[in-house]
Write a protein that binds this ligand. Structure first.
Ligand code: GLC
Ligand code: CA
Length: 564
């Protein structure tokens, strides 16, 4: 794959992730729905987000908030109907927006028809659709369940107990019951997913975010020397995406994989840079905004995130992880930054408003296609609330969108007890208004009235990104300044598109930042000819920034974008 093979529209796409149950409730039953999303499309577009990733909205027992799919082809009643979803595609397209659905290919709900049939003691078409051992008493080195079905076997799980793994085969086989990835049954599973994708693409969907995309083929890590790892899973995707992309060349696919070398080789257009922490070691993305043991710990000294004014360190720790991945994949596809997602603690309130502004400045000017998680644009907070639908610690990131100072912050007209999750508010209307006004409870309407709000800043960043080819997903990226002993960071973006027949001059943009509480200076000779306020006025700026004869001086918690 090369960048040319990816949908053209991704170059200038900025995504907005919508968790449907928590976005906007149009019929007062306390749960967000598709009609509600349609009503708010103009708002999403007004931020500059021209594409949406919609979390699963299919029929489900909701033991994992919809990632336990009972019917891939049916919208869950609580969200509306298939017709409503079709209308959402239409309304989005009218506004030049694109919608990605969430595909969950690795497992279904234990209540899916396929699994019910697969559980039968009698052999049928679905007997090998899931991964079953050869006796009700045999275990394996992966989580498995026995004693639940008539079938004399145990079944392997992909995630929670309610999510049996679909059978894409085993790369390295050490038991007789394991299928090969080349087997008929594994091929049938792959085709069943192609069928699901065709169903929604035919109805107007623009592609998919793919859940646990790396999980398909089991025992697929040890593929021998010189391999990327996950060779068989990569191969499975090449086949599935190959078929679908032939039929829908402008459909886009983003993987929950977190290893762009593998994911882009598999044929995905984009892979997420996910918030990971293995054995206590944060990856590059976590280093930026979530370098903390406990998301609820607001003590800045315990948080070593780069964007934390007090606790943070040099940008180099991020670069050590990011650069090799970016460099080896930048001609293949996009490695995407997120502000957050439904599995990740929000940055607020741990990081302050100012810290988040500087962080968004970077996230929205890096290469790849960025994703804004609903509510981050107004600074919604991660909250310590009881689990809902298998959310556990993730629940605090999934609370209702905060629209205005009316009842339930404008999310729903339902009584409090009916709300999907509690909204952040006081029951007393005048106190509520007061909290909204002071910014303690952020809402869209309060921030729309204020030129200096976080929402206005996010809008300004996204609109600038749209207007400058050098800030698009495919524009090149190069570090200009990244001291090991210092907190500043500067990079250059350069456009790569040339218009046919025009005499093309690359457009360049320089981004600089200093998240710390002391001044930092960057030698002008590392800034590609940037030299004075008069010749290089900032296109966007936070904090104090000045030039002297040899340096650019970045004041505390500052950020700027310069045109070259
Ligand atoms: C992914 C989803 C997460 C879900 C899990 C199982 O990580 O993002 O929300 O619980 O997969 O499907
Ligand atoms: Ca509703």
């Amino acid at each position: 794959m090369s960048l040319h093979d990816h949908p053209e529209w991704l170059k200038d796409a900025v995504f907005y992730e919508i968790y449907p149950q928590s976005f906007y409730d149009s019929n007062g039953d306390g749960i967000g729905d598709i009609a509600g999303i349609i009503e708010k499309l103009d708002y999403v577009k007004s931020i500059g987000c021209n594409a949406i990733w919609l979390n699963p909205c299919y029929d489900s027992p909701f033991k994992d908030a919809g990632y336990d799919v009972r019917n891939y082809k049916k919208v869950a009643k609580r969200y509306g109907t298939n017709e409503d979803l079709k209308r959402l595609f239409l309304e989005a397209h009218k506004r030049d927006m694109h919608i990605l659905l969430d595909l969950v290919p690795g497992h279904t709900s234990e209540e899916h028809e396929w699994f019910k049939k697969s559980s039968s003691a009698e052999e049928n078409e679905f007997t090998k659709r899931y991964i079953w051992t050869d006796s009700a008493f045999s275990g394996y080195s992966m989580p498995f369940i026995g004693g639940e079905t008539d079938r004399d076997a145990t079944y392997i799980l992909n995630f929670f107990k309610c999510q049996p793994a679909l059978n894409y085969g085993f790369a390295n086989r050490d038991r007789s019951w394991q299928s090969s990835p080349e087997s008929e049954e594994a091929a049938a599973t792959r085709l069943s997913m192609v069928d699901v994708m065709r169903f929604w693409l035919g109805m107007g969907a623009d592609g998919f975010r793919v859940d646990m995309a790396d999980s398909l083929v089991k025992n697929d890590d040890n593929n021998g020397e010189g391999s990327l790892g996950k060779d068989n899973t990569i191969h499975a995707w090449q086949e599935m995406l190959g078929i679908v992309k032939d039929e829908y060349p402008q459909a886009a696919f983003v993987s929950e994989w977190g290893r762009p070398r593998q994911a882009l080789a598999a044929g995905f257009d984009m892979d997420f840079y996910l918030n990971w922490r293995w054995d206590g070691y944060p990856n590059g993305y976590a280093r930026l905004t979530r370098d903390v043991d406990n998301a609820l710990d607001n003590n800045p000294e315990h948080d070593h995130s780069y964007f934390n004014a007090l606790g943070g360190g040099s940008i180099c720790q991020f670069l050590d992880d990011y650069c090799p991945q970016y460099e080896s994949t930048c001609n293949e596809g996009y490695f995407s930054f997120i502000t957050c997602n439904h599995d990740t603690p929000r940055m607020a309130p741990r990081l302050s408003d100012r810290e988040r502004r500087v962080a968004f400045g970077m996230i929205l000017t890096m290469p790849g296609v960025p994703f804004v998680y609903y509510g981050d644009e107004i600074g919604m907070k991660y909250r310590d609330i009881p689990t809902k639908e298998g959310g556990y610690a993730r629940t605090g990131t999934r609370t209702p969108m905060q629209w205005d100072d009316s009842k339930n912050l404008g999310f729903s007209t339902a009584p409090k007890s009916k709300l999907y999750l509690p909204v952040e508010e006081s029951s007393n209307a005048s106190e509520r208004r007061c909290l909204v006004k002071s910014g303690e409870i952020p809402t869209v309407s309060a921030q729309e009235e204020c030129e200096d709000s976080l929402l206005s800043w996010v809008r300004a960043l996204i609109f600038l990104r749209h207007n400058r080819a050098s800030l698009h997903a495919n524009a090149s990226w190069r570090v200009l300044h990244a001291p090991v002993n210092g907190r500043s960071f500067a990079y250059e973006r350069c456009s790569v598109d040339s218009l046919e027949g025009s005499d093309f001059r690359a457009e360049k943009t320089i981004v600089v930042m200093n998240p710390s509480l002391s001044n930092e200076s960057i030698p002008l000779d590392s800034l590609e000819g940037l030299n004075s306020k008069e010749s290089n006025p900032a296109l966007l700026q936070i904090g104090e920034i000045s030039f002297n004869s040899s340096s650019l001086i970045l004041g505390t918690q500052s950020f700027a974008i310069f045109k070259l």
